[in-house]
Design a protein around this ligand. Structure first.
Ligand SMILES: Nc1ncnc2c1ncn2[C@@H]1O[C@H](COP(=O)(O)OP(=O)(O)OP(=O)(O)O)[C@@H](O)[C@H]1O
Length: 268
């Protein structure tokens, strides 16, 4: 589980989902009475058949679509964290083509997310330092900061997208298959990066993936979606910190098999 010394009773909740119903067309719910707690600092992988509602769940948490009924409460038992401190990374990098890398990463400050929990970057020069530091974190150079998206590779664009998401130190990070278009090597580098970020920032991370190995490597728990609900929650037995070598361990293969089995059971 997320923190080193806590037991389940003392874990605080990062995202509280209660009886969620979401529908795009009246009477045809995509999510049906979905109830779940996600703990602060937890990394949860969300898997399920195509079209089962994984992205819809993330969009609902990010308030990009309305709920038909039910409730979503962030940090319900915390007095200190801002309630709307969420970042969302889409499958495509979604960068603004007319802005440089640094200007893209600056966007959350301009949109007012600078009030988030850890960012003290109020002045322009502080923001500049935050942007420089976050670009370094995702492995981009000072030279890259002045480039336009068209001058970057696909992997570099995803790094910028991730940098933009984390620049204001969100307490909740939603990742919707962000690495699906990357080759295996880059994907595994990005996975390492997400782990590093989460371990240093203790964000609550909910990510959608079709890649079972990614779910095993990154998660504390795996949610298997089907029928508009979370049909199975699987606790990941792999200890943290995780090194790339863990991918060839027996434990890894066993958990991979359990997820595959659960997916086969709930998929139509
Ligand atoms: N904007 C929309 N308008 C109408 N229907 C939608 C919309 N977005 C998604 N849907 C429908 O809602 C259902 C769930 O879609 P969603 O994108 O959440 O699935 P998913 O599990 O993320 O799929 P995938 O793994 O293929 O990305 C699908 O039947 C889809 O067609």
């Amino acid at each position: 589980m997320p923190s080193k010394s806590t037991t389940e009773e003392t874990l605080s909740i990062g995202i509280q989902l209660r009886d969620l119903v979401v529908e795009y067309a009246p009477g045809k719910p995509v999510l049906q009475n979905l109830t779940q707690d996600i703990f602060s600092g937890e990394i949860v992988a969300c898997v399920g058949a195509s079209g089962c509602g994984k992205s819809t769940l993330l969009r609902a948490i990010a308030k990009l679509i309305p709920l038909r009924s039910g409730s979503i409460v962030l940090h319900p038992n915390s007095l200190t964290r801002p309630p709307n401190n969420i970042a969302y990374v889409f499958q495509d990098a979604t960068l603004l083509p007319w802005r440089t890398v640094a200007e893209n990463v600056k966007l959350p400050f301009e949109l007012g997310r600078a009030a988030s929990r850890k960012v003290k970057a109020t002045s322009a020069s502080d923001q500049h330092m935050e942007i420089k530091s976050v670009l370094e974190t995702v492995g981009l150079s000072a030279d890259d900061a002045g480039k336009f998206p068209r001058e970057l590779s696909g992997g570099m664009r995803m790094r910028v997208s991730l940098a933009r998401a984390i620049v204001t130190s969100p307490s909740i990070l939603l990742l919707d298959e962000p690495f699906a278009a990357l080759d295996d090597l880059l994907r595994s580098k990005m996975n390492d990066l997400v782990l590093q970020l989460q371990q240093s920032g203790q964000q609550t991370v909910l990510f959608v993936t079709h890649n079972i190995a990614e779910a095993v490597f990154l998660s504390h728990r795996v949610f298997v979606l089907g029928d508009g609900k979370i049909c199975r929650t699987l606790n990941n037995p792999l200890a943290f910190p995780r090194s790339p070598e863990i991918r060839s361990s027996l434990e890894f293969a066993e958990f991979y098999g359990r997820i595959s089995h659960a997916l086969a059971e709930v998929s139509p």
